[in-house]
Design a binder for this molecule. Structure first.
Ligand SMILES: [Zn+2]
Ligand SMILES: [Zn+2]
Length: 191
């Protein structure tokens, strides 16, 4: 059965805590968009192995590999959520990364916070950005690729400005791709 599981990644650090109530709100948003049940797994995945001490950032691909080892049904999608700053070697940073057509994705809160840009905290904006980024990365695990419609959640966004512009939903085309992906797994969307 296809389910979504959220897993906190990494230990809390000063000012960078990842709160389980944020994950509960996120789980509700994901369940709504994907029409799948979504659970928060309270046991965190340790991420120290992914830290590059020179960059002070965590290698997201290494975290994906570790998530792939976490128990869960074959069709279960695992989304790691972390407060750590993520990178892949060719980029300065990433908001998240996913295995296209795979089981695992990871997203970071680090650069979604207004405080990162020297602005006052905005909990609601943070939650919205987290939902968009999480939906985007999880949708990659269902085989969805980037979308040219800037309003669609599958539009690529490498800045919070672009993230804020786009919506939290799939465009019609992406919705159809997602429905086909579910149908190929013997599932159909709830009415
Ligand atoms: Zn993407
Ligand atoms: Zn789209």
């Amino acid at each position: 059965m296809t389910e979504l599981h959220l897993i906190p990644v990494g230990r809390d650090r000063g000012g960078e805590e990842l709160r389980l109530d944020q994950l509960d709100v996120l789980a509700a948003a994901l369940a709504r968009v994907f029409h799948l049940s979504c659970h928060v797994r309270p046991e965190p995945l340790e991420a120290d192995f992914a830290l590059d001490p020179v960059r002070g950032q965590y290698h997201s691909t290494a975290i994906l590999r570790a998530l792939a080892e976490v128990e869960g049904g074959e069709q279960t999608r695992l989304l790691g959520v972390t407060a750590h700053d993520l990178y892949i070697p060719v980029l300065t940073f990433v908001f998240g990364e996913a295995q296209l057509g795979g089981r695992c994705a990871v997203v970071s809160l680090h650069r979604l916070r207004e405080e990162f840009y020297g602005l006052p905290p905005d909990a609601q904006r943070l939650q919205e950005r987290l939902a968009k980024e999480a939906i985007h990365e999880l949708a990659h695990t269902f085989g969805l690729r980037h979308c040219d419609d800037w309003r669609c959640v599958m539009a690529s966004s490498h800045s919070v400005e672009r993230l804020d512009l786009k919506g939290v939903e799939f465009c019609l085309g992406c919705c159809q791709v997602y429905e086909r992906a579910l149908a190929s797994q013997g599932l159909s969307l709830r009415a």
